[in-house]
Ligand binder design. Structure first.
Ligand SMILES: [Zn+2]
Ligand SMILES: [Zn+2]
Length: 95
C-alpha cells in the first residue's frame, strides 16, 4: 500500500502536480489539487469536515465536480424527506 512517489497529475484540471499537493476524492477516487492552507495555488476540490465516527480528524476530501454532485444529492434527499414527512403526517397513516 505505498503510493508511487512520483509526480502525478490532477484528475480535474489535468495539470501535473507533486503528489503532496494531491488528495484523493472520497467519492470518485480522483486525485485532485487540494490546497488545505488556502495559500496561493491551485485548488480543484475542497476539504469537508465530516462527522463519521472513528475517522481520524473527520475530514473528507471531495473534488469540485463531486462537491457539486453532493450538493445536488443533498437537495434531492431533502426534497424526498419532505415528501415522506408530508405522507407520514397524514392522519391514520401510522395507525
Ligand atoms: Zn487540479
Ligand atoms: Zn470526486
Amino acid at each position: 500500500m505505498t503510493e508511487p512517489d512520483l509526480a502525478s497529475r490532477c484528475g480535474i484540471c489535468g495539470l501535473d502536480a507533486a503528489p503532496v499537493l494531491l488528495q484523493q476524492c472520497f467519492r470518485c477516487s480522483t486525485r485532485f489539487h487540494l490546497n488545505p492552507t488556502n495559500r496561493a495555488g491551485i485548488d480543484c476540490g475542497d476539504a469537508v469536515l465530516g462527522s463519521v465516527p472513528g475517522m481520524e480528524f473527520g475530514v473528507e476530501y471531495y473534488c469540485t465536480p463531486c462537491i457539486g454532485a453532493l450538493n445536488d444529492e443533498i437537495v434531492e434527499a431533502t426534497a424526498a424527506q419532505a415528501r415522506l414527512d408530508a405522507v407520514e403526517r397524514r392522519p391514520g397513516w401510522r395507525a
